[in-house]
Ligand binder design. Structure first.
Ligand code: UD1
Ligand code: CA
Length: 508
């Protein structure tokens, strides 16, 4: 009968050393929760399924596990790694004969290493096979005590190391392949005589040896794969390794990255060749970027879709939005909630686009807000145009046709439509639909008074001269006590009611 493999991930612990209220396996590194990385590495393995031992924040961890196709087993209370495995064993179907156990807090492990461990185990015919690594700094990890070159005698936790064991650098990754029949009876025999008063899974190894079973080991060639996360400093270190791995894969596929150590690119991001990504860029979620794109420094893209030849200038945000071929956005643009920018369109600096379609070749180059708006092709949206889409209760749509000219400083009070080919004069507040081909002019007429400014200045100067004659004490120049002429004038003179254009005095 072929052996049937079950996968067990230990994820019930609190992660006390993280000093966080959130369960450790929910903390993120490399763009995903730690547990998600482990389950991803397990996915390609043929097995009877994955079981995640949950306990601390059980519901959240269960939710994540189940969303990734695993089952959850509740361990309550959490009495140590040995107790966690005993709990999982009870939940496994009878047909399972072999169990691969992994910690939920060591997210860098790769499928290849796990396959090699399973092969070593099968070839050795051992009751248990451990995954180990040689670390320059093994502190914090259980150490491997070898009986011979191939067999393991025991795992000794850091706190229990004897003086002659301090030099051991081979560590226990907490990844084990167990023969269920040999290990299950021993789980009930574990004691709690250790500093944490916990049931240690590591003690199973010496119990197996005592019963005459063979325990083999597979040592990984890249030790970073076994790194666990017990502190926030280790979380940052693991995150950096994920970032480096992703950057190396992208560069190998023809993507140019400037200062990749300053970038954060999530594992599911794809980028076409000949694209350049500048420093400090974050590419999050399921962002997909085509070929020959250029992503400017410090831009953030989340679940963005970019066709080929797109330019995103520096400091732009593109969130859950789509950019067609040869589109250009930014610098300092903010596209969000389903902005759909079609081929060749240009979205310039300080422009925000929310839930809007911007048609082919259309331009909105400066200081604009387009919300709940559909704009056709070849339209020009002048600087400072604002769609007033929110009336305090509802969001209302704005529709702008093809080849429209919207003058600068226009407010479009939605719901409103501007037909194709229409012109809207600069500074208009458009409240009514504008038919195709029309001109809409919706602003106050200008009043011009020739010579008014000069007359006013002369009056002010004369008044100031009158005030200054008797009072010599007032200082002038850059002295902080000097007072502006207009202020002096107002202070001295009782206020008259006139029709003059003098600005109102500010309240104090
Ligand atoms: C463990 C190993 C150590 C190994 C290291 C590798 C033991 C006693 N020690 O130490 O030899 O070098 O991992 O990273 O096993 N968990 C539960 N239920 C519990 C306790 C823990 O599910 O009752 C889970 C935790 O959530 C965690 C994993 O088991 O994901 C490991 O527990 P942790 O406390 O981090 O063990 P270490 O001290 O790192
Ligand atoms: Ca750990």
């Amino acid at each position: 009968m072929p052996s049937e493999l079950a996968l067990v991930v230990l994820a019930a612990g609190k992660g006390t050393r993280l000093k966080s209220r959130r369960a450790k396996v929910l903390h993120q590194a490399g763009g995903l929760p730690l547990l998600a990385h482990v389950l991803r590495a397990l996915k390609p393995l043929r097995s009877a399924g994955a079981w995640v031992v949950v306990g601390h924040q059980a519901e959240e961890v269960r939710g994540l596990a189940e969303s990734l196709g695993a089952r959850a087993v509740l361990q309550r209370p959490q009495l140590g790694t040995g107790h966690a495995v005993a709990t999982a064993f009870k939940a496994l179907p009878r047909r399972v004969t072999r169990v691969l156990v992994l910690p939920g807090d060591a997210p860098l492990i790769r499928t290849e290493a796990l396959r090699a461990l399973l092969r070593t185990h099968a070839n050795a015919g051992a009751a248990a096979t451990l995954l180990t690594a040689e670390l320059d700094d093994p502190s914090g990890y259980g150490r491997i005590v070898r009986g011979s070159s191939t067999l393991v005698d025991a795992i000794v936790e850091q706190a229990a190391l004897q003086p002659d064991q301090l030099g051991l650098r081979e560590v226990n990754a907490s990844i084990y392949c167990f023969e269920r029949a040999a290990v299950a009876p021993l789980l009930g025999r574990l004691g709690r005589k250790n500093v944490h008063r916990e049931y240690y899974l590591t003690d199973v190894i010496s119990l197996l040896r005592r019963d005459g079973h063979a325990v083999a080991a597979y040592k990984v060639s890249s030790p970073e794969e076994v790194l666990g996360v017990n502190t926030l400093a280790e979380l940052a270190r693991v995150d950096a390794i994920f970032r480096r791995r992703k950057a190396e894969a992208l560069m190998a596929s023809g993507v140019t990255l400037y200062q990749p150590e300053t970038q954060a690119i999530d594992p599911d991001v794809s980028i076409g060749p000949d694209t350049i990504v500048e420093a400090g860029v974050e590419l999050r979620g399921r962002t997909r970027i085509g070929r020959r794109c250029h992503i400017g420094a410090h831009s953030i893209l989340l679940n963005a879709r970019l066709a080929d030849g797109v330019t995103v200038r520096s400091h732009s945000l593109v969130l859950n939005s789509r950019l067609g071929p040869s589109v250009s956005v930014g610098p300092f643009a903010h596209l969000r909630d389903g902005a759909d920018i079609r081929k060749g369109a240009r979205i310039g600096n300080y422009v925000e686009v929310k839930k809007s379609v911007v048609g082919e070749g259309t331009k909105a180059q400066h200081l604009t807000y387009l919300g709940d708006t559909t704009v056709g092709r070849g339209t020009n949206i002048g600087a400072g145009t604002i769609t007033c889409n929110y009336d305090g209760v509802n969001k209302n749509p704005t529709r702008i046709g093809d080849n429209v000219f919207i003058g600068s400083g226009t407010e479009l009070v939605a719901p409103v439509k501007v037909g194709s080919g229409a012109y809207v004069a600069a500074g208009s507040t458009v409240t009514d639909n504008v038919p195709a081909g029309a001109l809409a002019l919706a602003r106050g007429r200008q009043v011009t008074k020739p010579g008014w400014a000069r007359t006013r200045r002369q009056k002010l100067a004369a008044a100031k001269a009158r005030k200054e004659e008797p009072r010599v004490a007032v200082r002038t120049g850059n002295s902080p006590k000097a007072k502006p002429a207009a202020k002096l004038e107002r202070k001295a003179k009782p206020r008259r009611k006139t029709k003059s254009a003098r600005p109102k005095r500010r309240p104090r």
